[in-house]
Design a protein around this ligand. Structure first.
Ligand code: TXA
Ligand code: MG
Length: 332
C-alpha cells in the first residue's frame, strides 16, 4: 500500500522549516533532513540531530533551477549544461559560493553543493516554504542513508521536528556529486547520474579516487568518513557461488555465524533459504534501490560475518559498488 501525504502535511512541514526547525522529507534518492539554509541555528540543529562532524558540508536543495544565482558568484558553462540535462534529478553540482547562505552549510568552504530533487513531495515542500533547504541524508551519522520514513524514525525520533512520509524512495543511493568549480569537472561521489550520462553532455570529466589516504584532505569532506559502518564486518566475495560457499565454510569452521547479502540468483546457487536478498542480478537498478534497507536488516541480525556478492560496475553499478565497498572491510 502506498503511503499518502497531503497538502496539509506539506504546509505543516513548510511552516516548521520557516520557523527554524528540522524536518525529514523524501527525495528521489534517499530521505533528507532539511532546515532553512539561511539560518545558522537551524542548520546547526541538523548537525546535532545526526551527530554529523561540523567539517562535512551539506547539500542545498532548491525548487527552481534559476534560484542558484542567489547563492553563487557565477555559473560555469558546464554547470548550466548539467542543470539543463539533469535537473530536477540526482545530481549535486558544486559551485563557487557567494557567501549568502549560513556559514555552517558549507562548513567554511568557498563552494556550495546545490541540487534540485526530482520528487513531487520535495518539490512541493520547497515551493511552499520558498527557502533554500540544506539537507543531508536523514540518518544518524554512520548508519545507511534512509530509504523509508521508518528508517528515519528509527534513527531520529525525538531529535527532529517532523517527517513527511512519501513512501520508499526510488534511486536508493545518494545523488552524484560533481565539482564544477574546476575547468575539467570531477565526480566526487558516484550516484544516480552516471559518468557516461554526464560525459554525453559535457565531454570528458575526472572521477575522484574513492580511496582517501589517511591525513590527506579529500576534495569532498564527506569522503573521509566511513559511512554505512555496519555492526558485523562485511566481506565482498568476488567470483562464483563456489567461492562464496568456501569462504562461508571457513567462517563456520572458525565458529562464526554467517549471513549472505546476495542476488536471488546467488541465493539459489548457494541453496541458502535465509539469505538477505537484494533482488535480481539482471536488475542493478532494483538492487541499488534495496541496498540500504538490506544493510539495515543485516544490522538487526546478530551475526559475526556478512558475505556480500560483487556486482557489475557498469552504469548505476558504479554507485552501488561504491556504497557496498565503503560498507565492507574486505574484498576477496
Ligand atoms: O541524494 C542526496 O544527495 C541526499 C538527498 C537528501 O539530497 N543528500 C545527501 O547529503 O546525500 P549528504 O550530506 O549525506 O552528502 C553530501 C555530500 C558529502 O559527501 C559532502 O561532503 C559533499 O556532498 N559536499 C557537500 N558540499 C560540498 C562542497 N561544497 N564541496 C565538496 N563536497 C561537498
Ligand atoms: Mg549522508
Amino acid at each position: 500500500m502506498a503511503r499518502m501525504f497531503t497538502k496539509h502535511q506539506i504546509n505543516e512541514a513548510a511552516e516548521l522549516l520557516m520557523s527554524g526547525q528540522t524536518v525529514a522529507f523524501p527525495t528521489e534518492t534517499v530521505y533528507g533532513l532539511g532546515a532553512d539554509a539561511t539560518n545558522e541555528q537551524a542548520v546547526q540543529a541538523i548537525f546535532d540531530a545526526k551527530g554529523r562532524p561540523a567539517d562535512n558540508p551539506l547539500i542545498v536543495h532548491i525548487g527552481q533551477a534559476d534560484l542558484i544565482k542567489k547563492y553563487v558568484t557565477h555559473k560555469p558553462e558546464t554547470a548550466s549544461k548539467l542543470m539543463d540535462a539533469f535537473w530536477p534529478g540526482p545530481l549535486t553540482i558544486i559551485l563557487p559560493s557567494n557567501g549568502t547562505l549560513a556559514k555552517n552549510v558549507t562548513a567554511g568552504l568557498d563552494s556550495v553543493g546545490i541540487r534540485m530533487p526530482d520528487h513531487p513531495v520535495a518539490l512541493e515542500l520547497l515551493k511552499t516554504c520558498q527557502l533554500p533547504v540544506a539537507a543531508p541524508s536523514a540518518n544518524r551519522s554512520g548508519k545507511p542513508s534512509p530509504t523509508t520514513a521508518d528508517h528515519v524514525a528509527h534513527d531520529l525520533t525525538g531529535r527532529i521536528a517532523g517527517i513527511v512520509d512519501g513512501g520508499k524512495t526510488g534511486v536508493g543511493v545518494e545523488s552524484t556529486v560533481i565539482d564544477c568549480t574546476i575547468d575539467k569537472p570531477m565526480i566526487l561521489r558516484p550516484g544516480g547520474v552516471t559518468k557516461s550520462d554526464i560525459e554525453a553532455v559535457i565531454g570528458p570529466i575526472d572521477v575522484a579516487s574513492s580511496k582517501v589516504k589517511r591525513d590527506e584532505q579529500p576534495r569532498s569532506p564527506g569522503m573521509k568518513y566511513k559511512h554505512y559502518a555496519p555492526d558485523a564486518p562485511i566481506w565482498i566475495v568476488r567470483g562464483d557461488a563456489s567461492q562464496m560457499r568456501k569462504v562461508a565454510d571457513e567462517a563456520a569452521e572458525r565458529g562464526e555465524s554467517v549471513q549472505v547479502l546476495v542476488s536471488k540468483e546467488r541465493a539459489n546457487e548457494l541453496g541458502f533459504s535465509d539469505a538477505v536478498i537484494l533482488g535480481s542480478r539482471s536488475d542493478l537498478t532494483g538492487i541499488t534501490s534495496n541496498l540500504y534497507d538490506a544493510l539495515r536488516q543485516i544490522d538487526d541480525l546478530d551475526v559475526d560475518l556478512v558475505l556480500a556478492e560483487s556486482f557489475s560496475k557498469e552504469g548505476i553499478g558504479e554507485a552501488l559498488m561504491n556504497r557496498l565497498e565503503r560498507a565492507a572491510t574486505r574484498i576477496i
